[in-house]
Structures are given as structure tokens and as C-alpha cells.
Ligand binder design. Structure first.
Ligand code: SUG
Length: 456
């Protein structure tokens, strides 16, 4: 059955701020307290979506979450007559919690869920497991909304299963597709699922996540649970451990150090523990699934691109997309063009270093990048058949008309300057809810947000 990859991009929410919430994510740590521009952030994201759609890549949108999360602040004991008093009390007593509950981090939808296409699963349905995101408080409050949103989009239960997130606790962290890559020629099944974890939760009894300089976020046991839930065949799964040195250099997700597409894996020399064994295992499994076909693994040596340049430029957080059979495009952050070692390496890839790669397109995603979110962080890949695409609410697919409607919506609803202290402003909450109400109508999603759902 024919299938294509649909890139679902997260729309940046109206409360996009820099609060330094992600220890281990160097960009987030560096930009703590800086002024942000939510309007520019959302428009930069939309410009990338439009460019991909123009390249012929199927493109869809995922809506942002309601922030500040008043429901969470109330559960944390900030009561009051009305929502304005909740904000005021939280700002006075616990500004850090308010910043976390106001973060627009749901934009990085590579962390929304892990996905298995219907060609790969035992019951022939598309499986999605929302990530539990237990490693960071501000992200751990995302799964309930992510689950509601995915169930509103993938609502046909004959075709789709949206699981509950994996039970958490810090050691059982699951960060979704950012630590998962699927390989398959032309995206058609059966695919090989590559899961990368940072630590084993139960390696020595109940162990906490390994902490050296920076903690790891993904547990092997969580990835295994996702694979079981998705009813994948063991022959379709490979697990590998992220290199602790990479985590300590700021590689908080595998998609900061490796990217794959169809039959290609581009990875840094320091991405995995026992890298050559991992690559052998991947190639063996891939050949077994696809009549001896080769998985092209391109290793980027440390002496060509250092770990520091890889993290600083976000080379591996580029999207590698197929625009025609055998013709791939690298969708890279502008920072790559400005980092000499990385720019030179991309030239090498384009001139024979990675034969299917024919073009690079650079994008200014500075607003998201300053929080550690490059092109690949902003998208969730979902391989769908034509009838599965037809079962989605049509307005979530990006067309010229939806692009225009969404950019107009951003221009009339978003502020162009915020600092974390602005999250206490009750007027910002009112504006945000009005904007999200408009958006759910525009996307044909019905009521999905706590403020729209009585008693949620
Ligand atoms: O989880 N940054 C996000 C960036 C996520 C990037 N995603 C992928 N690599 N797939 C994170 O660390 C920073 C928010 C702040 O500091 O205000 C933040 O959450």
C-alpha cells in the first residue's frame, strides 16, 4: 500500500519565553531571562512549514497548549477567586513554577509522541504513544493535552490508536520521536525502528537517571514499552545507548546528534556507545527486512565536526526529507551556514559524501533555536496511507489557504515581545485563550483545551 510521510509541525504558542528551564540543554541555559518574540517565533515556524509544503512534502500542524497552565497551578495550591489571582499568587510565591507552567515548550513536537505506521504494526493500525516527558517539570505537564489533541486528530479508532503515555517517574522518562528513527525504503513498510536511550532505569535495582555533568532523559525500559505497545516485531527493532560524553556536551536528545530518513542515517562519531556494533546491527536488520538492501550510514568524524560545533550549529537537528525518489533535501538551521566546519561538511555531503542528498536549504529559526529547538525538534513524522490522511480533520493539512489563515491569525493574536515576568499578566492569559479558541475553530478540532472543557 502506498504511504507518505506527513510532517506535523508544532505551532509556537503565544507565551514563547526564555526561562532557562532545561538543565543540560545549553541554548536554554544560555538564554535564560532574555526577551523573546512569540510572533516572530510562530512566523518562523510557519515559514519553514510552507517551504516544505512547497517542496512537495506533506505538511500538517499541531496546535500549541494552553499556557500559563492554570489547571496545573491550581493543583499546585494556587487558589483564588479567579484566574488572575492564581497568576498573581504564583508570581509572588513561586515565580519559577509560573515560568514552568507558562512555557510554550509544546512547540517541540518531536517530543510529543512516538509513532509506528500501520504497515509495521501487528493490528494494521497507526500507533501513537504520547511521551511522558518526566525528565523536566515544565514538559511533564504536556502529556494530558498532547493525548487529547492527538485523539482529536487521529480520532478514527479503526485506523489509529493513541495510547496513554508510559507510566513515568523520573527514571522511566520517555521523550518521544526525538529518540526514535524509522528506516524504510520510500517510507513503505515494514520499517526498522531505531530506539536510542540514555540510561537503563532498572540496571541495578531501581536506579535514578545517570547523572554526570548532565542527566539523561530517556530510559531503555520506556522505549521497550513503546515498542511492545506498538506491537512491533522484534526483527524490526534496534536499541542503542546514547554516548554519555555526548549528553555531557549538550546532546539531550538523539535528534541533536543523528538524523535518518528512508535508507540513510547521518550520525556523529560520538553519538552512540559501541557505535560500530550499533551500525552493524542496524545494517543487518535492515538488509534482512528489505531483501539485502543497504542502509547507508554516514558517520561524521569528530575531527571534521567537533561535538561542540555539532551542538552549537544543530547540524543533526536538520530535517532530511525526500522530495522525489532518490532525491533528499537537508532542511538546516541558519546556524549551520554560519559555522565554518559544518558548512564545509555539508558541502562534502552534497558532493558525493551522501549520494541521495542533493540540496540544502537554510532556515532562520532563531527564536526556537535559542531554547534548543531546531527544525527537526519542531516536527513529528507520521507515515500515513491516503485513506489515513483522508481520516484527519482536513484543516490540519497545510495548504496555501491554511498557511495564509494561520499567519493572519498569528499576526493579529501574538505579542512581539515577552519576558518571563509577563507570564503573570492576566491580559496575556485572556489574549492567549481568545487566540486558541479561534485556532480550534480554524483547524476544525472542537473543544480540546481545559478552558473550553467544563470541569477539565
Ligand atoms: O526539552 N527546550 C526544549 C527543547 C526541545 C528540543 N527538542 C528536540 N531536540 N527534539 C527541551 O529542552 C527550553 C524552555 C526554556 O528554557 O524556557 C526547553 O524546554
Amino acid at each position: 500500500m502506498s504511504a507518505r510521510e506527513v510532517n506535523f509541525d508544532g505551532l509556537v504558542g503565544p507565551t514563547h519565553t526564555y526561562s532557562g528551564l532545561s538543565h543540560g540543554n545549553l541554548a536554554s541555559m544560555t538564554h535564560r531571562g532574555a526577551g523573546s518574540n512569540p510572533r516572530a517565533a510562530a512566523l518562523q515556524g510557519l515559514a519553514k512549514m510552507k517551504a516544505l509544503a512547497d517542496l512537495g512534502v506533506a505538511q500538517a500542524v499541531l496546535p500549541p497548549h494552553e499556557r500559563p497552565a492554570i489547571d496545573v497551578l491550581r493543583r499546585l495550591g494556587f487558589g483564588g477567586r479567579d484566574d488572575a489571582s492564581v497568576l498573581e499568587t504564583a508570581a509572588r510565591q513561586a515565580p519559577g513554577l509560573l515560568a514552568a507552567c507558562g512555557s510554550a515548550s509544546s512547540m517541540w513536537v518531536a517530543n510529543a509522541a512516538t509513532v509506528a505506521p500501520s504497515a509495521d504494526t501487528a493490528d494494521g493500525r497507526v500507533h501513537l504513544t504520547p511521551a511522558n516527558l518526566t525528565a523536566k517539570f515544565h514538559r511533564s505537564i504536556e502529556p494530558p493535552q498532547t493525548t487529547r489533541t492527538l485523539r482529536a486528530l487521529f480520532r478514527d479508532e479503526a485506523r489509529f490508536v493513541v495510547h496513554d503515555p508510559i507510566p513515568g517517574g523520573q527514571a522511566m522518562g520517555d521523550e518521544g520521536a526525538a529518540n526514535h528513527t524509522r528506516f524504510a525504503p520510500g517510507h513503505a513498510g515494514p520499517g526498522l525502528h531505531f530506539f536510542v536511550y540514555g540510561h537503563e532505569a532498572f540496571a541495578a535495582g531501581v536506579a535514578p537517571a545517570r547523572v554526570r555533568r548532565f542527566p539523561s532523559r530517556q530510559a531503555r525500559e520506556a522505549s521497550e514499552a513503546v515498542a511492545r505497545g506498538h506491537r512491533l516485531d522484534p526483527a524490526q527493532q534496534v536499541f542503542a545507548q546514547q554516548h554519555p560524553e555526548a549528553i555531557d556536551a549538550g546532546v539531550f536528545h538523539n535528534d541533536v546528534i543523528a538524523v535518518g530518513n528512508e535508507h540513510v542515517l547521518l550520525h556523529h562519531e560520538c553519538a552512540f556507545v559501541r557505535s560500530s556494533e550499533v551500525i552493524d546491527e542496524l545494517r543487518r536488520h535492515y538488509a534482512a527486512l528489505h531483501q539485502g538492501a543497504d542502509l547507508l550510514c554516514v558517520e561524521v568524524p569528530q575531527d571534521r565536526v567537533s561535538l561542540a560545533d555539532a551542538v552549537g550549529s544543530y547540524l543533526f537537528n536538520s530535517q532530511l526529507v525526500t522530495v522525489a525518489p532518490g532525491h533528499m533535501v537537508l532542511v538546516a538551521p541558519q546556524h549551520c551556514a554560519e559555522t565554518p566546519s559544518v558548512r564545509a561538511y555539508i558541502e562534502h555531503l552534497l558532493t558525493g559524501g551522501c549520494p541521495p542528498l542533493r540540496e540544502v536549504h537554510y532556515f532562520d529559526l532563531g527564536q526556537s533555536m535559542h531554547n534548543g529547538g531546531g527544525p527537526a525538534c519542531l516536527r513529528l513524522r507520521v507515515v500515513l496511507t491516503p485513506s489515513e490522511i483522508a481520516a484527519l480533520p482536513p484543516s490540519v493539512l497545510l495548504t496555501d489557504a491554511t498557511y495564509t489563515a494561520l499567519t493572519d491569525w498569528v499576526k493579529r493574536s501574538y505579542r512581539d515581545h515577552l519576558v518571563p515576568a509577563d507570564l503573570a499578566d492576566p491580559q496575556l492569559l485572556t489574549e492567549t485563550r481568545a487566540a486558541l479558541d479561534d485556532l480550534t475553530r480554524l483547524l476544525g478540532l472542537g473543544s480540546i483545551y481545559p478552558f473550553q472543557i467544563a470541569g477539565a
